[in-house]
Design a protein around this ligand. Structure first.
Ligand SMILES: Cc1ncc(COP(=O)(O)O)c(C=O)c1O
Length: 172
């Protein structure tokens, strides 16, 4: 089952699977998968923070709190435009007083909960580029592959863009 799951998430990039470059483990639902990653982060990067979008699924805060990972936030949604606040998001990614080099960011791969607002492909590319520049680590919570566009392959475009740019990522 784990193998089928990684094919669904990384199908297009099956070389990564063939070359055994993906470590995967079954978790108890999406919540448990996020919690496993939070513990992983704490163990292997004990002094790091997790940057969480504003707003986000409320349990993200509980999960990383339980794993003793300190939290910071980054801009995401603008209530006036009811859209992505991309300029502020990129400022948070770029400027070191907000996010020091090598920070961990929690990203919703698609169908952002609770806003439903996702970056465009172009915006994902800009984010991926800037994550490279800053050495940030992207953790994708993908609770809704298929829900955003109705096409499971389109919905993983965000992850594909980061992988094509050579990022190491986490994914739930
Ligand atoms: C963004 C996000 N991540 C994770 C989860 C957790 O998923 P599960 O219900 O499988 O634990 C949810 C569920 O609402 C969610 O919206």
């Amino acid at each position: 089952m784990v193998e089928e799951t990684i094919k669904l998430a990384y199908g297009e990039y099956s070389d990564l699977i063939k070359d055994k470059r993906i470590a995967a483990v079954q978790a108890l639902s999406g919540t448990g998968a996020c919690r496993l990653f939070a513990d992983f982060q704490k163990r292997f990067s004990p002094n790091s923070h997790i940057y969480i979008p504003v707003p986000t699924w409320s349990n993200h805060h509980n999960i990383w709190r339980d794993a003793n990972v300190p939290q910071r936030t980054f801009h995401y949604y603008h209530p006036d435009t009811k859209d992505l606040d991309f300029a502020s998001l990129m400022d948070d990614v770029k400027f070191s007083q907000n996010a020091p080099k090598g920070s961990f960011f929690l990203l919703h791969a698609c169908a952002h909960n609770p806003t439903g607002v996702d970056p465009t492909e172009e915006q994902w590319k800009e984010m991926s580029y800037q994550f490279k520049v800053k050495g940030h680590f992207a953790f994708f919570d993908m609770a809704y592959q298929w829900f955003a566009s109705g096409d499971p392959e389109k919905d993983v475009k965000s992850i594909g863009i980061f992988l094509e740019d050579g990022h190491l990522i986490g994914c739930s």
